[in-house]
Design a protein around this ligand. Structure first.
Ligand SMILES: *Cc1c(COP(=O)(O)O)cnc(C)c1O
Length: 360
C-alpha cells in the first residue's frame, strides 16, 4: 500500500485509522451482512450511528443543550442561501469580507436583502483579518456573518468580532474541530465536512435552537428550512448516511486522542514548524500577516512563478501532494488539517530546505 502526504485543502486527508476501520466494515457492518452504504437510514443500526455521531460531537465541542445539531447536504455553499432565507427577518445583515468564501456568502445574501459590508481585507489581497472591534453595525441588522478561517488565503480570526449584541454566524468549514471553541459565542456555526472532518456531502450546522422557527422568508423551499431538518432529526429526507458514519468515526478518533485541547496543542506545534521555517527562509515566504495566520492552511510563495511551478512538480515527485495554491491566487498552499501527522510537516520542511539549497 502506498500513502502520500496529502496537503489538499479539501477534500482532504483523513485519519488512516478511520479509513482502515471503514474498510474493515465495508462489506459487513458489525454482523449486519451489509455495508452502511446499503442500509436504510430508518434502520435501528443506522439510528445508533447518527445518534452516536451527534452525541460524540456534542461531547467534543461541549455543545450546550439549547443548540441544535444538523447534518445536512448541499455543501457549505448551500448555507450561503439558507442563512439569509431563515434568519434575515429584517432583510438586513452585516458581512465581514475576508476572502472568497465570505465574498460568495455576501453576494448570495444580497439576493434576499440588504447585505452590508462591515469590513474587508480585499485591499491587501485578503492577507489579514481587519480590525473588528468597532464595526458600523446598526440596530436593524439580523446578524453578523464571518468566515472564521479563510481556506484560500490562510487567515484566521484570532478574536471574534465585536457584534454589538447581534447574533454571530460563522463559516468554520476549514477550522472546525481544530481547537476548542465556546459555542455560546455564536448563534450558528457550520462546516462542510470535507475540510477537516469527513467526506464531501455532509454539512454540519450547530444552531441556537430559539432561532429555528417557521418564520422564514416567503418562498423558502422546504428543504432549505432549518426547522424541517431540526424537527426530523436530520432525517426529513435521506441524509448523507455514509458520510455521517465516517464523520462519527472521526469524532471518536478525536475523543480518543485527547479531544480538542490536545488537538490545538498538536496543531499549533505543526503550524509552528512550517511558519518558523518560512520566517527564516531566504527563498520561501508566507503571504499572511503573522497575527492573522491560520493553523490549518499555510500559503507561501517564492516570488518567482517559474520557481513555484518547479517546486510544485518536484514536491509531487517526492510524495507531497496537492501543494499548488488555489487557482485564483497561485503560489503554494499546505493544508495541515487534523489528520496530517506532524511527520508530514517535518518531511515537507526538510524537502523545502533541500529545494532552497539547490535553487539559490
Ligand atoms: C470549501 C469551503 C466552502 C465551500 O464548501 P462546499 O462544500 O464546496 O460548498 C465554504 N467555506 C469555506 C471556508 C470553505 O473552505
Amino acid at each position: 500500500m502506498h500513502r502520500v502526504y496529502n496537503f489538499s485543502a479539501g477534500p482532504a486527508v483523513l485519519p488512516e485509522e478511520v479509513l482502515k476501520e471503514a474498510a474493515d466494515e465495508m462489506l459487513d457492518y458489525r454482523g449486519c451482512g451489509m455495508s452502511v452504504m446499503e442500509m436504510s437510514h430508518r434502520s435501528k443500526v443506522y439510528d445508533t450511528i447518527i445518534k452516536e455521531a451527534e452525541a460524540d460531537l456534542r461531547t467534543l465541542l461541549g455543545i450546550p443543550d439549547n443548540y441544535t445539531v444538523l447534518f445536512l447536504q448541499g455543501g457549505a455553499s448551500t448555507q450561503f442561501a439558507m442563512i439569509p432565507m431563515n434568519f434575515m427577518k429584517n432583510r438586513k445583515a452585516g458581512y465581514i469580507v475576508t476572502g472568497q468564501w465570505a465574498k460568495k456568502a455576501f453576494a448570495e445574501a444580497k439576493i434576499f436583502g440588504e447585505a452590508v459590508e462591515l469590513a474587508s481585507s480585499a485591499d491587501r489581497t485578503f492577507s489579514y483579518i481587519p480590525d473588528c472591534s468597532d464595526l458600523p453595525i446598526t440596530e436593524d441588522m439580523d446578524y453578523v456573518y464571518i468566515c472564521e478561517n479563510n481556506t484560500i488565503y490562510g487567515t484566521k480570526f484570532k478574536t471574534l468580532p465585536n457584534t454589538k449584541g447581534k447574533d454571530l454566524i460563522a463559516d468554520v468549514s476549514s477550522c472546525f474541530l481544530s481547537e476548542p471553541v465556546d459555542v455560546t459565542k455564536y448563534a450558528m456555526l457550520y462546516a462542510g465536512a470535507q475540510k477537516n472532518v469527513g467526506p464531501a456531502g455532509v454539512t454540519i450546522c450547530i444552531i441556537r435552537s430559539d432561532l429555528i422557527t417557521e418564520d422564514v422568508l416567503p418562498g423558502t423551499p422546504t428543504m432549505l428550512r432549518y426547522k424541517i431538518h431540526a424537527d426530523n432529526g436530520s432525517m426529513y429526507n435521506t441524509p448523507p448516511a455514509y458520510g455521517i458514519y465516517i464523520c462519527g468515526k472521526v469524532f471518536k478518533w478525536l475523543l480518543k486522542t485527547g479531544g480538542l485541547e490536545k488537538r490545538r496543542e498538536i496543531n499549533e506545534k505543526k503550524a509552528k514548524i512550517l511558519y518558523d521555517f518560512l520566517d527564516q527562509s531566504e527563498l520561501f515566504k508566507g503571504t499572511v500577516e503573522p497575527a492573522s495566520r491560520s493553523l490549518m492552511n499555510v500559503p507561501f510563495i517564492t516570488g518567482d512563478a517559474d520557481l513555484d511551478a518547479k517546486f510544485i512538480s518536484e514536491s509531487k515527485a517526492a510524495g507531497f501532494e496537492n501543494l499548488k495554491g488555489h487557482r485564483t491566487v497561485g503560489g503554494m498552499r499546505a493544508s495541515i488539517y487534523n489528520a496530517m501527522p506532524i511527520e508530514g510537516v517535518e518531511a515537507l520542511v526538510d524537502f523545502m530546505k533541500k529545494f532552497e539549497a539547490n535553487n539559490r
